[in-house]
Design a protein around this ligand. Structure first.
Ligand SMILES: Nc1ncnc2c1ncn2[C@@H]1O[C@H](COP(=O)(O)OP(=O)(O)O)[C@@H](O)[C@H]1O
Ligand code: SF4
Ligand SMILES: [Mg+2]
Length: 332
């Protein structure tokens, strides 16, 4: 097995709030991303996805836990030591309108990372910028235009070109298509897939539903209220979700089918992260909750023989295939 490019253990972020309890935004996330792989981080709004993504790119200082990139502990790097990392790890932001300075031309926006890092590309900055624009499917002649002259999808492409400028190895894309019309979402996702394939890029793709991730990510981690509740290979997660929350998320996207287990409607809101439920954090919305769910926190562990890990005292059965094997094994 190749060693992971990114490894996250027990990653935690608490925000201090004046005159109140701290916000437990991220509470002990484990994540491992192999080189060239795309991992989807999925969960409803408020689950801590953006906070996790910002810690990965070191825009936010973790409260606890560790981040290892290419075998090196980068959790608390500061100042000069962070600089090489700023090249290797890039972020694409959710909002293609707010993340581009409206007073700068597209050319200067995409060139900014080069300038900040004092990099003079061999053929000149303009040529490199035009190359990048072309790479993301924009007209290279448009480098003198301003963000407002572009559509939402095109603006997100500009953000992607900027993220690519320094030849990063890992890109964290925080809901890169959530703000876009459904009709252009697939085009931008296809662009990211192409980049992963052609440039060998590694991705962490953040999304609030399982639809976007489906066609891009080889592995999926589902977050609920600051914790990963289930992770596994795409095929397993979509065919046989084992955590009730994953099942509910899948159910919310009709075209993905129902994992063969009937439709579920998730009611209520994600509880406040200042006062998360005891035991299993999902228990206040879970139709399967028992007493033990309030008293004991379920650990994220592989159950059965698969690579799928689930944090639930009463997980859904394994996929029919795996179940057959397990039954066979038990009998023999
Ligand atoms: N700077 C901050 N100060 C206080 N609370 C914050 C801050 N940033 C995020 N939060 C809270 O942390 C929780 C997780 O937020 P976020 O990571 O943005 O979730 P997501 O991206 O999954 O919607 C939310 O309850 C949010 O209100
Ligand atoms: S541990 Fe209990 S409350 Fe939590 S998801 Fe599983 S069954 Fe539901
Ligand atoms: Mg977010």
């Amino acid at each position: 097995m190749t060693s992971p490019l990114l490894k996250v253990e027990g990653l935690t972020k608490e925000f201090a709030v004046r005159g109140g309890p701290p916000v437990q935004a991220v509470s002990g996330v484990d994540l491992s991303v192999a080189p060239g792989e795309a991992v989807g981080l999925v969960g409803e709004s408020g689950c801590g996805k953006t906070t996790t993504g910002r810690m990965l790119v070191r825009l936010l200082e973790p409260t606890a836990g560790s981040i290892t990139f290419d075998g090196r502990d980068i959790t608390h790097l500061r100042g000069r030591a962070l600089r090489p990392l700023r090249r290797d790890i890039q972020i694409v932001f959710q909002d293609p309108y707010g993340s581009l300075n409206p007073r700068h031309t597209v050319g200067s926006i995409v060139a900014m990372p080069l300038e900040v890092n004092g990099i003079k590309p061999p053929g000149g900055t303009r040529r490199r910028v035009q190359e990048l624009l072309e790479l993301v499917g924009l007209n290279p002649e448009h480098y003198n235009r301003y963000p407002h002259e572009f559509s939402g999808g095109q603006r997100q492409r500009i953000g992607i070109a900027r993220a690519l400028a320094l030849n990063p190895r890992l890109i964290v894309a925080d809901e890169p298509v959530s703000a876009l019309d459904v009709s252009v979402q697939a085009q931008v996702v296809n662009l990211l897939r192409g980049l992963q394939r052609d440039l060998g890029l590694t991705f962490v793709l953040i999304a609030h539903d399982l639809a976007v991730v489906r066609h891009f990510c080889q592995r999926v981690a589902v977050m609920y209220l600051g914790k990963v509740v289930e992770s596994g290979d795409r095929e397993d997660i979509y065919a046989a979700p084992r955590h009730p929350y994953t099942r509910a998320l899948l159910s919310a996207v009709p075209e993905l089918g129902e994992g063969g287990q009937g439709r579920i409607r998730l009611t209520g809101e994600v509880p406040a992260p200042t006062d998360p439920p005891s035991g299993c954090r999902f228990r206040t919305r879970c139709w399967k909750a028992q007493e033990i769910c309030a008293s004991a926190e379920p650990e994220l562990v592989p159950r059965g023989g698969s690579r799928q890990a689930v944090a639930c005292h009463f997980p859904e059965p394994e996929s029919a295939h795996a179940e057959g094997e397990a039954a066979h094994g038990a009998a023999g």
